[in-house]
Structures are given as C-alpha cells and as structure tokens.
Design a protein around this ligand. Sequence first.
Ligand code: AMP
Length: 295
Amino acid sequence: MKVIRTIAEFRNHRESFGKLGFVPTMGALHQGHLSLMEQSAKENDTSAISIFVNPLQFGPNEDLSKYPRQEAEDLEMASSVGVKVAFCPSVEEMLGRNTTSVTVSGVSDLFEGEKRPGHFTGVATIVAQLFGIVQPNVAYFGLKDLQQCAVIRQMVDDLCIPVELKFCETVREPSGLAMSSRNNYFSPDEFERASNLNRVIVVCAKEIAEDFENRKSAIESAINELANLEFEVQYLELVNSLTMQPVTDQKVGQILSQKLGQTEKESNPYRIIVAAQFCGVRLIDNVPLPNPLAN
Ligand code: AMP
C-alpha cells in the first residue's frame, strides 16, 4: 500500500496507476466502505482511496472534532481488500490556498441541504478537488448518502468532469441498521435500538408500494412510530432520487401499477429517505420502493 500525502506526489505517480478506481472517504472504515473498495479493486488496474475528514462539510455545531480517526487501522483494512494507494492529505494541503467553492443547486436544496446549510458545498468542493488531484477513471459512492450521490452526479454532469460514477447499495448490520462511522458513538443497547429506523422505513416503503393513494398516512404513521421509539425525525419522505424532490404526482402510482421490465426495476429512482436524531447521534437512511407487481 502506497500512502501519499501531497498533491505533487500524487501527480508524479498518476500515470503509473493505469485505469484508476477511486473511493473518497473520511476514514473510520467499516464494511460499507470496504464493499466500494472491493468493487473498485475488481474493476480497475489500481484502486485508490482518500482519507480526509473534510472540515468544509461539517456545520459549526457538528462533530468535526470528535469524528473518529484511526488511520493505521484504516490503511490495513483497505489494503486487505486490494487497495494499492491511499491519498491522506493534511487540511493545510487541501485547503491552504482554497478560495474556490462548488455549489450544486437544485438537488442539494432540500433535506440534508436544508438541515445542514453549507454541507453539500463543502462536499462538492472537496470531491471536485479530489477528482482534479486523483484523476480517477471510475469513482465509487455509497447510496447510503443518497442526496450526496445526486449532488456528485449533477456536478460531474454540469462541469463535464471526465469520470465514470458508480453508486453502490448500502451495507447493513444484521439488524438492518445502515453501517456508519457514527454508529461508533452508540452504546450496545442504543446500537440495537437504532435499527428501528430501517425497520420502520422498510415497512413504510412496502405500504406505499401497495397503496400509493395512501402514501401520506403511511408516512405519517412511520413518523409517529419513530417518535414513540425515541427518534426525533427531521424528515421522512418519498423522493425521486435523481431530482431529490418529493413525489407528489400520480406518476409513481401509475408506474407501480404496471409490471416493470428488468431495466426499469434496476433504475427505480423512488426511495423513502429519512433523517433522525437518536440518542444524540444523527442518522440517515433510505430504501427503494419495492414494486409488488414486478417480481
Ligand atoms: P464517508 O467516509 O462517510 O464519507 O463515506 C465514504 C463513502 O462510503 C461514501 O460514498 C459513503 O456513501 C459510503 N458509505 C458509507 N457508509 C456506507 C454503507 N453502509 N454502505 C455503503 N456505502 C457506504
């Protein structure tokens, strides 16, 4: 495993990497991150990651200073799934002379964009910079951060950045809880109870798929159930994940009542998204709307 800490050194080596797959991360790696890295290692000559806890994407009252940092362990884990290069720059190296920022409007306006002002500008700015440094052929992102995927897709499209994007399904604990570096903050009991978030949105997605007309009451009862389980819900909504807008029309209902072909099933953009505070930790999750007639 080659660890590179400066932009100049990465540039010097880039040509020797051939077809390069890239997984940007903030470290504190878990199986969710590793699944992206495994895919990247399989599909490219060289698989690279970055580990950079990006200060620009944290709000003033968020957990930047206590975000878990464990570089040596991370490098070992990444290496075990075939990653050959890790770009681990300092904050000074990335942001020392940074006066440009990238704001992606539209897809970043609602949900996380509303609850975490400035977050997506912080993400897009650093991902654009990392793409410029690493110059990957393919970059891998997790659908766990659904709106982030929409923001990166839009940015790459709008700025004509020559990179192929791959979005990969969320890796979960056996309980259904989406793996996240922030799960480290939970006690064992809280960790178990946090899985209710996924359980409730899976039920909600199923109810909406079966009875689209009653989607509002399905969403309302999911919010109420989560409140009874000590979740402070910030949003819970049915969205089109390409536009990150709530679904308000009948189109989905019509689509759901038809039998979908395989391609349409794979590209089903309709998802239930949720963000909630639980035992002092902010959790996000999302699941696709199943199609009861498609199987
Ligand atoms: P982070 O270190 O949290 O910035 O995440 C780095 C990448 O890993 C992002 O593309 C995330 O969406 C992805 N990721 C995080 N958790 C998971 C998970 N449970 N399953 C799949 N991908 C994930």
